[in-house]
Write a protein that binds this ligand. Structure first.
Ligand code: CMP
Length: 141
């Protein structure tokens, strides 16, 4: 398996619930390391560009409103098979469908307020990581 990097976001609901610690612990206990991190309140421009792939969806406005409603923790995670591993740990997009023990099952309230984001493929991981971090911001262990 390859060592990969993926973008992780702890969304405004996760920050508000004060569960940054347990979420990062879950990543670390499962072989993922934080190699870049910053807390930020996203601008509409940042959120709209990040989620541009969803701009025709009916929920796009709601998604941007939510993602700009409070601070988020942006992180790059690194590890073996990091993209799929992160998605497995997050659980299904809709917390009602998320498996027991996953982050969304434990903390998410709804499909919109679903606590975490993770890149879904190598191409999106590259785009999403570069949307928020410059190469020099990422420090592999
Ligand atoms: P995320 O993994 O960040 O990627 C896109 C986001 O759009 C997704 O998580 C959800 O939070 C959000 N989303 C997807 N479907 C819906 C929906 N039907 N209603 C509201 N938000 C949605």
């Amino acid at each position: 398996m390859a060592i990969e990097q993926t973008l992780s976001i702890i969304k405004p609901d996760g920050v508000k619930k004060n569960v940054i610690g347990p979420i990062i612990t879950k990543f670390e206990e499962n072989g993922l390391s934080v190699v870049a991190a910053k807390m930020q309140k996203l601008s509409r421009h940042q959120a709209e560009g990040f989620y541009a792939v969803h701009k025709e969806r009916p929920f796009f406005g709601e998604l941007v409103d939510f993602m700009t409603s409070g601070p988020v923790l942006l992180m790059v995670l690194e590890g073996e098979n990091a993209i799929a591993k992160n998605r497995e740990l997050m659980g299904a997009t809709n917390p009602a469908e998320a498996a027991e023990g996953t982050i969304r099952k434990m903390y998410a309230a709804s499909i919109g307020e679903n606590t975490v984001h993770g890149s879904d493929a190598p191409e999106t991981a590259a785009f999403e990581t570069s949307w928020f971090f410059k190469g020099g911001d990422i420090v592999s262990h």
